[in-house]
Design a protein around this ligand. Sequence first.
Ligand code: AMP
Ligand code: GLY
Length: 581
Amino acid sequence: MKNVLILASGKGTNFEAIIKYFLSKKRLDINFKLLCNKEDAEVLLRAKKLGIEANYLKFSDFSGYFKNRKFDLVVMAGFDRILDKDIIKTNTFINIHPSLLPKYKGLNAIKKAYVNRDTITGITIHYATEQVDEGEIIYQKQVKIDPRWNLFRLEKEIHKHEHFYYPRVIEKLLGLNVLIIGSGAREHCILDKMLQSKFLNKLYFADGNNVFSEFGEKIDFESYSELAKKAKEKNINLVLVGSEKYLCSGIVDIFKKENINIIGPDKKNSKLEASKLYAKNIMKKYKIKTSPYKKISSKNKIDKYVYYFKNPVIKADGLAFGKGVFFDNDRRKVKNELFKFLSGKYSDASKTCLIEERLFGYEISLFSFWDGEILLNMPLCQDFKQNDEGLNTGGLASICPICLNIDEKNKLEKYIKKLENMLKGEKIKTPFVLYSGLMVCKDDIYVLEYNVRLGDPETQVLLNYIENDWLEIFFAQSNQMLDFVKLKEKNKEITCVVLASKGYPLKTRKNIEIKNLESILNKEKNIKIYFSNIKKDKNRYFSMGGRILSLVSSDKTLIYELLEDIDFEEKMYKKDVEIEQ
Ligand code: AMP
Ligand code: GLY
């Protein structure tokens, strides 16, 4: 149980917004109380109506009141007195102020911005100190002032922002319960970052591999509705989803119905990843450059289309988990493969295909965090997809950051503008990560594909390259607060090399022991090791085929030394990973 005290003196609209927010989330684990220094304040009536315990206390008695009382948080919501040092030091106090502090401290802040004809004002939520409107800023939101507004209209706009953001900041400060869905090294990395966050209360996972139980509590489920119901019971504040398999089958729609914060697109927008044809149409609509293509669903057209392109690439329209792309200089092989695709090599996903012109250049992955209003672009990553036989895999290595030259940077900026137009134009309100798989060619930057989630193994390098509290970033993203996130980048490049099983991405052997993993994990501290297809049995680890571990460090030599040391007879990894440009 968390105990929160709200201090108010006036009407209590902020108080009401806070209570209603938590009531709508059915948060029975938080106990709110009101303390008011005015006997006839309207806020006391509001509290009564909302069923919240409320007390009036003369301000001169406040000091005695706080002496022996400890709350998880004390929230000042329209409280008209300054608290002295003795009171402030008893608890954590936060305050909200209707300006962009340090501008317009004290009374009449909205009016001052209005009278001065400011074009921008806003709200500030900050820790309270014994000085008026001082203290570390927790969150600020800008509000643009429309010159046609009168003062009343501006006040309304400011209050709307206060009522939206104050409860969310309180939610974060009380500690967050996070659920991570998925089982790969990407998910393990996210889990690891959550554990490092100062805002984490409790970590849950679903569908994870059996090593994850060392980090959090597992939630079993048969259906998304069951998972959402359990998430609600456990007061989960944020759900992070790793793989497209959940997103493209509509998990977000179900969680949203339950009013649970989740990052990911709804089913309709997940088609950006689930259907390459859908993505191509959107790109066309927003004049985003991509390779020219033809749709093909009839085997009779194979000959015509394979010779239509200079260097044909074939792609399954639907999800084929990184394997639904094929190209070869030998057109006969392309024809054969296209025949297999259309015959259902990837079941329904490949019964409709695209055939497009091959692009030449180098690939980069851009992760754009969309919060419904604001787009925050992460430093670029590179993913190494091909194995030694030239087959496309889910990704065998990654590096972050990738630096572009000035000309390429300008092109990327132009691309990002179009991306923003697309997200706004399509009125996408759900927060999600748009992953642009890009090819930097001589003449321009082209989109190869869209995904609607973080990449694997790019996550492993990106999350270790950015030094921010990642739970803060994800929580901000899920609450339209990305504008306040300032990314802190490491001054070292981060590399990830994947340990996979021989034969990957084709047939691999399972249940093979990785003999010395336990001792390696205990020994090496300058390297992060994330688990994917692995099973732990007591202190022994067994590979389950495909990608097994992700080794992540700023010290590439160390990664390769460790890979050499790993005692695993099915060992396969990409040698000499270097940025390709
Ligand atoms: P996709 O699933 O569309 O990202 O394709 C997987 C991989 O296939 C990409 O990361 C590229 O390496 C390659 N690829 C896809 N389309 C093309 C293309 N038009 N030209 C060259 N390579 C491509
Ligand atoms: N790195 C490729 C993917 O996540 O799809």
